[in-house]
Design a protein around this ligand. Structure first.
Ligand code: NAP
Length: 508
């Protein structure tokens, strides 16, 4: 039997005896469990309440909400999606300090929205879901501490860039100074006047380099692969602009729409076609940025990537090139041999002495709900279904896992769109599915195997044209080297999310 074929011994939909009612039209009070109190989980709780669902609990393993913005507190953290776009559409914020605001402002915004919208009272903090099992038409959930709960519908809002990728570098445990991953920043460690080493050259390392180089005695940036860097100005909003925004939320909404269109037209939509004029333009902008910003020809060549711009997730920065040219900064391109007590030994035999070592080495981007043990209909285990790689129909749901809906799940538009906008569109879709259950038209919904397989095949085919497949290593690529992200335009995503295609869904 192929992995995705249903087990003929297991009835497609099991309806429990207690559910057999004559009158299917009576509205049913549904219980929802949301897993994760980050940006998507907060969104889910707000939208469920707006839709009239009262029985909603959020399980959050940490003691604070915020997800990515709670966990990433490294110096220089900011979001490279414009703040008025990286906001809930229903909660525009007149107080954003910059066009691209820092991480702590985003965290404060999420906390403020969650508090004002009554979400905080629904969150069970310090409660990590360890197991979810679909049995007799309901989800049975259990936390790591053995607390049990039940739900009709589970919303998985566990994030994408969540599980740190800690590289298996020999000797890492022997390092004598402080060492931590960028998403586990240890704020007790002093940095001023010390020697700091950063491994990695992704968005995180680039932001951190620019923020730290002025403070430290020496900054060594260990580059395995050079990055194309697009310049990005980040002007602050003036007091006058903020006052105008506060007076006119409508103006903020218009700005959001303009930003969304510009972001999609000038960048995001073009990623799906490596030969598009926009991709050529981005390549030219990045090349000019490198040529015009880095004066030392040797350093310039070390910083020049050997692949096409935007093949990896594009890095944007107004000041990285300036930072790496400071006298106390060094770009180390020699490969790492091992970590020693005193620092990093590179393959040329040199020891780079360090007091602090930061692993800006990214995330394990194939985890999603895992390590939660999820058991679907007929005992189907998510670990088995996702053994090779994670997948989800329209990034939202998985055959044999009824009434389990993911926000920012596998194969969605990640990295190239505002994930808040993505989650909002996905949740509109999910609400329409849930409406089927609420009104009694069905009790369980999951995508058919056929629809899911077709979506996957189409996605893999479309991915061939994307810039992500033009020859680089990146976190977009799955174990086969196929981009695991949405390969089409944002319009197409918007259209697909507007209304469920019910023929793709098994209802029972
Ligand atoms: P990343 O883009 O995955 O970069 C990880 C870096 O670590 C790469 O340079 C990689 O080198 C290097 N690396 C990994 N393992 C290594 C090893 N064993 N030895 C040497 N180098 C190693 O991670 P990230 O910078 O944390 O960013 C992840 C994503 O988070 C971004 O792409 C972006 O979507 C998001 N992010 C966004 C913002 C924002 O402003 N919105 C800011 C930060 C992060 P290779 O390139 O050779 O693999």
């Amino acid at each position: 039997m192929r992995r995705n074929e249903p087990d003929p011994l297991v009835p497609a939909c099991r309806r429990p005896l207690w559910y057999r009612r004559d009158d299917m039209s009576d509205p049913q009070p549904l219980r929802f469990v949301v897993i994760g109190a980050g940006m998507s989980g907060i969104l889910a709780a707000i939208r469920l309440e707006e839709a009239g669902y009262e029985d909603v609990s959020i399980y959050e393993k940490a003691d604070r909400l915020g997800g990515t913005w709670r966990e990433n507190t490294y110096p220089g953290i900011a979001c490279d999606v414009p703040s008025h776009l990286y906001s809930y559409s229903f909660e525009p914020n007149p107080d954003w300090s910059h066009r691209y605001s820092p991480g702590d402002e985003i965290q404060a915004y999420l906390e403020d929205v969650a508090r004002r919208r009554g979400v905080v009272g629904r969150i069970r903090f310090g409660a990590e879901i360890a197991r979810c099992e679909h049995r007799d038409g309901r989800w049975l959930l259990e936390t790591k501490d053995g607390v049990r709960d039940e739900a009709d519908v589970v919303i998985g809002a566990t994030g994408v860039l969540h599980h740190p990728n800690v590289p298996d570098l020999p000797g890492l445990a022997d390092f004598g100074g402080a060492a931590f991953h960028s998403a586990r920043w240890d704020h007790r460690v002093p940095l001023d006047g010390r020697r700091i080493g950063i491994i990695g050259t992704g968005s995180t390392a680039v932001q951190m380099t620019a923020a730290l180089v002025h403070r430290v005695a020496k900054l060594s940036l260990f580059q395995r692969t050079a990055q194309w860097i697009a310049p990005q100005e980040n002007p602050p909003y003036t007091a006058g602009e903020k006052a105008t925004f506060a007076r006119s939320p409508e103006q903020m909404r218009e700005l959001r729409d303009v930003m969304s269109r510009m972001f999609a037209d000038n960048f995001a939509n073009a990623l799906g076609d490596a030969d598009s004029p926009q991709m050529r333009m981005i390549a030219e902008v990045c090349r000019a940025n490198l040529e015009n910003s880095v004066s030392d020809p040797v350093l310039r060549e070390k910083l020049r990537p050997s692949y096409r711009a935007a093949c990896k997730r594009l890095v944007v920065s107004p000041d990285f090139y300036q930072a790496i040219q400071r006298p106390n900064a060094e770009l180390v391109t020699e490969a790492i041999e091992r970590i020693e007590r005193g620092g990093i030994r590179t393959k040329d035999g040199r020891l780079h002495e360090l007091d602090v070592l930061v692993l800006a080495t990214g995330f394990r981007t194939d985890r999603f709900l895992r390590p939660i043990e999820v058991v679907g209909r007929g005992g189907t285990r998510l670990d088995d279904v996702w053994a090779k790689r994670p997948s989800a129909y329209l990034s939202i749901s998985i055959p044999d896992f009824p009434n389990l809906f993911l926000l920012n799940g596998p194969n969605g538009p990640v990295g190239n769109f505002s994930l808040i906008e993505v989650a909002e569109l996905q949740f509109d879709y999910v609400l329409q599915l849930v409406e089927e259950i609420r009104t009694g038209r069905c009790r369980e919904l999951s995508p058919t195997h056929a629809a899911s397989d077709r979506f996957d095949a189409d996605r893999v085919e479309a991915a061939k044209k994307t810039i992500w497949m033009t020859g680089c290593r990146s976190w977009y690529l799955d174990d086969r080297g196929v981009p695991a992200a949405w390969p089409w335009s944002f319009e197409r995503f918007r259209e697909r999310m507007a209304k469920p295609d019910f023929e793709a869904w098994e209802r029972c």
